[in-house]
Design a protein around this ligand. Sequence first.
Ligand SMILES: [Zn+2]
Length: 381
Amino acid sequence: MTKLERLKIILDAAAEKEISWQNIKVYGYQYNYEVPFIKSISKFWFGDNVVEEYIAPLNEDSNHHNRSGRIKKSTEYITIHDTASTAKSADEYAHAKYVANGGGGTSWHYSVGSNMACHQIPNNEVAYHAGDGLEVEFKLMDTTLMGDNPTPVLSIIDGFYAIDGKKTKVSIPSVTFEKVNDKLVYASDGIKQTKLAPFGAIEGEKYQNITTNHINDAGIRIDLIDGKYYIGPTYYNATYGFIANRGGNLHSIGIETMVNEGSNLIRTWHRCAKLVAHLLLENHLGVDRVKPHHFFSGKPCPMTLRSNHLWDYFMNLVLIEYQILKDFSDVKITLICNDEAVDAEGLIQKDSFDNKIIKYQIKLEDKTEQCIFDYQVKIVK
Ligand SMILES: [Zn+2]
């Protein structure tokens, strides 16, 4: 099989056969809105990964507190957020400017919208976006449990993590009530949080009510190395009531995706997926290291992708972009489509109608070969 034939197999898998318009609800702190949404003709985006540099000043060169210049010890994850800011003006440039102006103490590496990806914090530096603190460095804990399941199920038995029903020697985080000034707050493994303790709580008392149901729905990091399971560092986030993973602030690259009204959401998500593929390869990470903010805190973020059941679709976009970038970066991929319903990037235009069949071709060129393949997609009601 030639290289272009192997690429065609991935593009075949990426090609949608039938797509339809649906209304999705977009969530923001100002207001929510509904907008018609349709997937593109392919999970591969025919647009380009373009990044504009808007690097924020270091704290020492500004009166800000959101870019310490602290170098990450490792990059373990790519963290996906959405801004939950629906105002029309809340685009990627506004958010890049916000981070450059101090970000109210917060920061993240990229703001991705339908027009651009803006780069604000150098990828090797720590940023403040994941809500999991800055105290605990990433370190795998040896469960001493042997196994061979690459996708094991984690639960909690008697205060210890269990893998596929077998109790490990790794205890779940201890949760206590501790004093900050005059107030009692939750603490996880002794690290104090901002959430106030419930009425009647006693200083030093242990909070016992943590069960399997409190594990965040994006899971806990488990690595299988030489037939043994290891668990990443975890903590209890009292604000959201979930056991979550450490490593969001200290060990990830944070990306905010835009959801401002009037922006093109599918274009934002494609742009983000392509950027993520580049970041994964640059940092020698697999697709399984792309995590929603939820994974690090239990916060329901990115809200719009999650609430519309589009997170898995987004991850499929990432997978396709990753597979193609990894092995076929030297192949020129061109969309050929004369139908006005589709733009040059493979996105469906607003005035396209139901029961329309769109025919298109994809041209592949490398140094030795050139091929053109036929595809079609139907817009159904
Ligand atoms: Zn977030």
